[in-house]
Design a protein around this ligand. Structure first.
Ligand code: ADP
Ligand code: MG
Length: 262
């Protein structure tokens, strides 16, 4: 891949983004977990409805604050709104009602290119479906976020290879996603999310397809990122994994039922 990917048609975005930095009174009557503290992420009374054949309320009035440097796990049955919550926090989608603020900016008030820019700078995202670029090798996929950060090619390659080695894929750096197993693709996606040392790591079932040893290795990477002062929000089915976090948020039927301290 080439540096031509570093598109720069975003003049004016910074100004527009910076105008969004006024944080209003967050929280309100439903605030949970210190909603008015201006956390890195603040959800205020967030509802997300999908209109399809039938209307589905995937999230109902969720308020949650993620303080800077916090480590939070989200648990809940399948269909309880976990992925929807992560997508809203990462600015991949916008709420039907309520607000999601990232670093004080209301994500819904930004244009899609602006949201993409904020994401690129701030967020590392491990998708449940991995979302790797099919024509790029594992190393190129991992290096991709660094292209947008202006890191030079040699440093990108070194970083990508080191991260892939950390997740046990040091011998697969030149493979394309189609040549990897599901669990290996997941590890590439995790290495990519960690590449830019994101201030906010969002991970949707990051240990869902891997063996226990690999899962432990992934969790050690997340612990390192957290120990360095970054904020982590992770979705998991596994209690054992959730207990690596400081707090566990329990979702059920789109509602936040409990925030448990670990
Ligand atoms: P979880 O990740 O906890 O399994 P999701 O957030 O993926 O749950 O989904 C919550 C609910 O919203 C489910 O009932 C799901 O079917 C529905 N849903 C999720 N995404 C969409 C979509 N794009 N269109 C319609 N319904 C959706
Ligand atoms: Mg999900």
């Amino acid at each position: 891949m080439t540096d031509a990917t570093d598109t720069d048609g975003d003049a004016g975005v910074d100004t527009a983004v910076d105008e969004q930095t006024d944080t209003g009174g967050e929280g309100g009557p439903h605030a949970v977990g210190g909603g008015s503290d201006g956390g890195v992420v603040v959800l205020s009374d967030v509802t997300k409805t999908y209109e399809g054949g039938a209307t589905v309320e995937a999230l109902s009035g969720v308020s949650l604050s993620l303080p800077e440097g916090s480590y939070t796990a989200v648990m809940g049955p399948s269909g309880s709104g976990k992925s929807t919550l992560l997508n809203l926090v990462g600015g991949l989608d916008t709420p039907t009602a309520g607000t999601v603020r990232l670093d004080g900016r209301d994500l819904a008030a930004l244009s899609e290119p602006q949201r993409a820019r904020v994401r690129g700078r701030t967020v590392g995202f491990v998708f449940q479906t991995f979302n790797l670029m099919p024509r790029l090798t594992a190393a190129e996929n991992v290096a991709l976020p660094l292209v947008f950060q202006g890191v030079d090619r040699a440093a990108r390659r070194e970083r990508a290879e080191s991260l892939l080695a950390d997740v046990g894929l040091g011998d697969r750096t030149g493979h394309e996603p189609a040549e990897l197993s599901g669990g290996q693709r997941q590890r590439v996606a995790i290495a990519r999310a960690l590449a830019a040392d994101p201030a906010l790591l969002l991970a949707d079932e990051p240990t869902g397809n891997v063996d226990t040893d690999t899962g432990d290795r992934i969790m050690a990477e997340f612990a390192d990122l957290h120990a360095a002062g970054n904020t982590v929000l992770l979705v998991t089915h596994e209690r054992r994994i959730a207990e690596r976090a400081n707090r566990v948020v329990h979702l059920r039927d789109g509602e936040l039922r409990e925030i448990e301290s670990v």
